[in-house]
Design a binder for this molecule. Sequence first.
Ligand code: BGC
Length: 427
Amino acid sequence: MTKTDLHKDKNIFPKNFYWGASTASHQVEGGTVNQWSEWELAHAAELAKTARQRLAHDVADWSSIKVQAQDPNNYVSGKGVDHYRRYGEDFDIAKKMSLNAFRFGIEWSRIEPEPGVWDEEAIAHYHDYIDELKARGLEPFLNIWHWTMPTWFTDMGGLEKQNNLRYWRRFVQKIADEYGAKLKYVITINEPNVYATFSYITREWVPQVRKPITFMRVYYNLVLAHRQAYRILKKKNPKIQVGIATQLANMQAKRPHNVFDEFATSWMRYVWNWWFVNRIRRTQDFVGFNYYFTDYYRGFRRVNPSTPLNDLGWYMEPRGLYPLLTRVWAHYKKPIFITENGTADSNDIYRKWWIEETIVAMERAISEGVDLRGYFHWSLLDNFEWKYGWWPKFGLVSVDREHGMKRTIRPSALWFSQKIKTLSKED
Ligand code: BGC
C-alpha cells in the first residue's frame, strides 16, 4: 500500500488530534532579559568573528549564510520577531492555517524580574495570551521552562544547586495559581537532556562549561524540578495533563550485525533517550518529545549519511519518527505528544517532504496502536536559534525582520494546512 492509498482509505488520526505549532518565549518574544540575552551581548562580536571556523564545515551552504553569520547582530535576540506584541496576529495566522493547538513558553524573567517580586503586567499579558488562544480554538500548551532564567537566579547558581529549587517551586506555584484553572496541558521542562549536556559538557549553551559533576547535578535537579512542578500543578488542578518535552533521537547501529555498534547504540539510547523519562514515569500524564534526529552509530562515532542535509547541516530522516514512536509507546504506555518537529530550510525546499514523511510515520504508528494525541511543528515563526542566531529558518511562517517584521506563510505551510483540513474531515 502506498502512502497515498493509506490517506485515501481512511483517516487514521483520532478525531480530537491536536495539530499545532511550537514556540519558546526567548526565541520569538523580543525584549527578554535573562542569562541568555546577557550572554548574547557579551559574545556577539566574537561569535561573528569566529563564524567561518565554527560553521563553514558543518552547514549545508556556507556561502549563502556567511554575510549573516559574520554579522554580530545575528547573535542578538533583541527585538525577537516581536511576538510579545503581535501574538494576536500570529494566532490569527495559526488559525488560518487550520491549527487547533499552540505550544508556547512563559518567560520567567518577565514574571519574576526580582526574587519574589511579581510583574503584574507580564502576568496579565500571559492571561490575555492564553485567552486569545482559546478564543480562536487553539488549545494552549503552556511550557514553563525553555532554558532561560532570570539573572538573579543564575547569579546564585541556578539549577546547579538543589537548594535553589525553592525558587523554582515558588515560580511554578505562581504559574499554577494564575493559569492553572484555565489550562488543560502543561509542559514543565523543555529538553532537559540537551540543556544539561550542551551547557555543562559540550559547552554549546550558556554557561558553556565542561564540568561533568555539575552536569550530573543539574540533570538530576531537573528531574526533581519536574517532579515538584508536577505535584504543584496537580494539586492546583488535578485535571491538568502534565508532561515534559524531551529530545529523543532515533539511534540505529550503522552495522546492525556488529556488536560494538549495537552496544554503543543501546547505551546511547538509554543515556540520551530514556534515563530522564524513566525517572519521571510516575509523574507524567503523557510523554512529550521533540524529534529532529536519526543518528547511525559506528561504535560511539556518529556516521550519518551525507545527504539530505538541512541548512544547519543536520542529516534529515523524518520517517525515523516511526521507530521512536513505537519504542516510546512500548516503554511507557502513556499518551504521546510530539512537542517539536521540523527542519531549518530557508528556501523551503525540504519542509513539505519533511512534513509528509512525518505524517506517514505518525499514521503508521497510530495504525499499530500507538496512542499519539498531537503534533506540534517547530516552529510557527522564524525564530532566534540560540548560538546560531537568526539565519536558520524553522518557521512555517517567515518573518522579515528588516521590513516591519512582515509575516508570510511559506508554501510548504500552505500545503500543510490543506493536509490538516483533509485529515481532520470526518469519514
Ligand atoms: C529546541 C528549540 C530549537 C530547536 C531547533 C530544539 O532543540 O527546543 O529551542 O529552536 O531545537 O534547533
